[in-house]
Design a protein around this ligand. Structure first.
Ligand code: OFO
Length: 174
């Protein structure tokens, strides 16, 4: 099976978006580490690794369908952030954007009667649903903790435990 040039280009854009997410979360992780927020750091490092995996899956898929995956030039992510609350709001917004892009890719694949790519993208539909739910959970927790004097400490503890749960759930799914 050979993929259309249109679909190939759209998947290459997705490669670039996943790659950017990986670098963005890495940059956020480093910021957190620098502030002593080791739970947030661990959480964001895992998210960053996942995004790289999402990118690599498209590389492999394009190779399977005789397409050409292009190693993206990644735009430099921000290095300074206002607060940990702002970081997680940004992550959630980014995940929502990725979900929209996945939906657009499916629409294109369906217009082209490209059943293989539609099937391939189903994995991303599920992944995005999980990621959005995870990030909403994080934001709910952050809101519950509020911004009292010890809030950063508690947010960090919370992220540490959410990270352990997420990593365990993933390991079980494999
Ligand atoms: Fe790959 O964008 Fe998040 O999950």
């Amino acid at each position: 099976m050979m993929i259309s040039k249109n679909m190939e280009a759209a998947l290459n854009e997705q490669i670039s978006l996943e790659g950017y997410a990986s670098f963005l979360y890495l940059s956020m992780a480093v910021w957190c580490d620098n502030k002593g927020l080791s739970g947030c750091y661990q959480f964001l490092i895992r998210q960053s690794d996942e995004e790289r995996l999402h990118m690599m899956k498209i590389f492999e898929y394009l190779a399977d369908v005789d397409g050409l995956a292009l190693t993206p030039g990644i735009q430099e992510p921000p290095r300074q952030f206002k607060s940990v609350q702002e970081i997680f709001k940004t992550v959630y917004a980014h995940e929502q954007k990725v979900t929209k892009c996945i939906n657009n890719l499916i629409e294109l694949a369906s217009k082209e009667n490209d059943y293989s790519t539609q099937t391939f993208l189903q994995w991303y539909v599920n992944e995005q649903r999980e990621e959005e739910a995870l990030m909403r959970n994080v934001l709910d927790r952050i809101n519950l903790i509020g911004d009292g004097p010890q809030s950063l400490y508690f947010i960090d503890k919370e992220l540490e435990s959410i990270n352990i749960q997420a990593a365990t759930a993933e390991a079980e799914a494999e």
